[in-house]
Design a protein around this ligand. Sequence first.
Ligand SMILES: O=C(O)C(=O)C[C@H](O)[C@H](O)CO
Length: 318
Amino acid sequence: MSELSSQAALDVVTLGEAMAMFVACETGPLEEVTQFTRQVAGAELNVAIGLSRLGLKVGWASRVGDDVFGRFVLKQLEKERINASQVTVDDHYATGFQLKSKEIGGCDPRVEYFRKNSAASHLSVADFNPAYFCAARHLHLSGVAAALSDTSRELSKLAAKEMRKAGRSISFDPNLRPVLWGSQQTMREEINALAFAADWVLPGLGEGQLLTGKKTPEGIADFYLTQGVKAVIIKTGPDGAWYKNADGEQAQVAACKVDNVVDTVGAGDGFAVGLVSAMLEGLTLEQAVKRGNKIGSLAVQAIGDSEGLPTRAQLVDA
Ligand SMILES: O=C(O)C(=O)C[C@H](O)[C@H](O)CO
C-alpha cells in the first residue's frame, strides 16, 4: 500500500508536545512531596487519546527525545492506538516533563514544567508531511503547540493553511499558557491568527476575554465569527458552555453536575474530544456541546490529564 493510501483512513490529525508527568500522591508543596505517579501529559495528545478511545482513527505528529520519557510516550501512543508515524525520535534534545500537585476541593493543581528546549519545541515546518495531514478529515490544533517556539508555531500555521486549502475542517482550542510566551501581546496576536484559520474555536471565558478584549460571550464569539470562523464555543466553567454559529444560532448548554472534582486539568481537552467527535459524526452543534460538557465532566473526576476520558461504551453508560 502507498503511504498516502495507508494514511487515508485517519479521521483526525493533531500535533504538539507530550511530556512525562509526575503527579503528587500527597497534598502539599511539590518540593516536599516524596511520592509521585507517572502519567503522560500534553494538551493535543490528551485530545488524541480521547478521540481514539471513542473509536476515531487519530494521528499525532511530534518530536520526542531518545530517552526514557520519549520511549514512555511512544508506549502510551501504542496503548491508545494512536498513529505515531509522524513522531520523530530526536537524538539531540530531551523529552519534556512536568510535576503536578495533588489538590482537594476542586482547586486547580499547581504545575511546574521542565520543557524548555525540549525535543518537541524543535518541531518545525520540516515535520509537516502534506500527504499524511491532508488525507485526514480534520485537524485539531491548540495554542500550546504555538507557544512552544517560533518554529513549532510556524508548523501549526502551515498545517492550518494546508488543511484549509484541502477543504478539511479545523478545530482550535487557545489553551493559553502565558508562562511559555515572551509577551502577552504576542500571545494574543499569534493565538488569534490561528483561531481565524479555524472552523470551530473553543476558548474558555477568561481566555476569550483576554484574547478579544470583549467581556461577554457574544462579544467574544462575534470577534471570531466576523473573521470567518463557523462556530465559537465558550467554556463557562460550572455553567457549562455557550455557543454561537455563523447563522446566528446561540444558546447556553448546562454543565453536567459533578459531586467530586478531583483534578481540573484536562477538562478543556475532554470538552474538545466531545465537541470534535460529535461534529465529525454529523450531530448538531447543540448536541456536540452537550457531549463536550459530558466528557469534560468525566475528565475532572479522575486524577491525570487523560485518565478520565471515556471509551465509547463508557460514554454511552455515563
Ligand atoms: O500541554 C501542556 O501545556 C500541559 O500543561 C499538559 C496538560 O496535559 C494540558 O495542559 C492539559 O490541557
